[in-house]
Design a protein around this ligand. Sequence first.
Ligand SMILES: C[S@@+](CC[C@H](N)C(=O)[O-])C[C@H]1O[C@@H](n2cnc3c(N)ncnc32)[C@H](O)[C@@H]1O
Length: 276
Amino acid sequence: MPPHLFAYQGSKRRLAPQILAALEGRRYRRMLEPFGGSAAMTLAAAEAGVADRFVLGDGYGPIAALWRQALTEPAALADAYAAIWQAQRSDPAAHYYAERELYWSDPEPARLLYLLARAVKNAPRWSSDGRFNQSPDHRRRGVHPDKVRAAAHAVADLLAGRCEVREGDFAAQLADAGSGDVVYLDPPYVGTSTGRDRRYASGLDSERLAAEVASLRARGAAVLISYDGETGGRSYAPPLPESLRLERRLLDAGRSSQATLLGRDERTLEALYLGL
Ligand SMILES: C[S@@+](CC[C@H](N)C(=O)[O-])C[C@H]1O[C@@H](n2cnc3c(N)ncnc32)[C@H](O)[C@@H]1O
């Protein structure tokens, strides 16, 4: 398994081998992942030798800053995380809320790592005014600092020197993508990025996504897109337009926990669109 730095809701860690298999051994000059989050695909692709160089980014600045520090100063990141983690001794919940408040004015990478490690379902949530507002999971204390230290060094060893970190909107991050590149897109699902308690810091509309994919294809880049999915035959999002001429495959993402709670045994299928 490739290393991973933090758990993140919506992470493609488990699906990464199936997504990479769709490339059927092709090799690229660069792989770009502009909706990077926990970078599950970049890490898996780097370990599998899919590309020589990588561009990893996220629209949420503090995630990009976290990756930048992990790849260039893994020891400093691990030290800062250990300091925050150790200070939670007597009253972990109060410590979490204090760190969360500090984060609003000072979103430093180790603080984000700590909040993600202790948040309910490792799932960040943002209020409508853009504040990280997830509550702590009272059953866990967050990943032990020794584990974070090992992970930070492992991701740096794998990617340092061949991975550029970008921040900002996906289309701007992809401005120089073209022939010889493969672009992996895992945008936030329609319906999870608007309204109260949003799952991601910013939303996205499907027409803008389709326009960018058309532009990437015209520039000669290969694209892989995790876009929608279905559980028990119900689809989450309208399909991407036919005019993009992408192949749509369904990958098995395992049992649906929501359906299991409702007493149904249903698999979740995730769509992967391919333009190679
Ligand atoms: C579904 S998650 C990606 C998860 C990732 N594949 C992983 O394995 O962890 C989507 C990510 O896109 C980011 N995002 C949302 N809108 C964006 C935009 N317009 N441009 C770039 N990134 C954006 C979010 O901050 C979030 O981290």
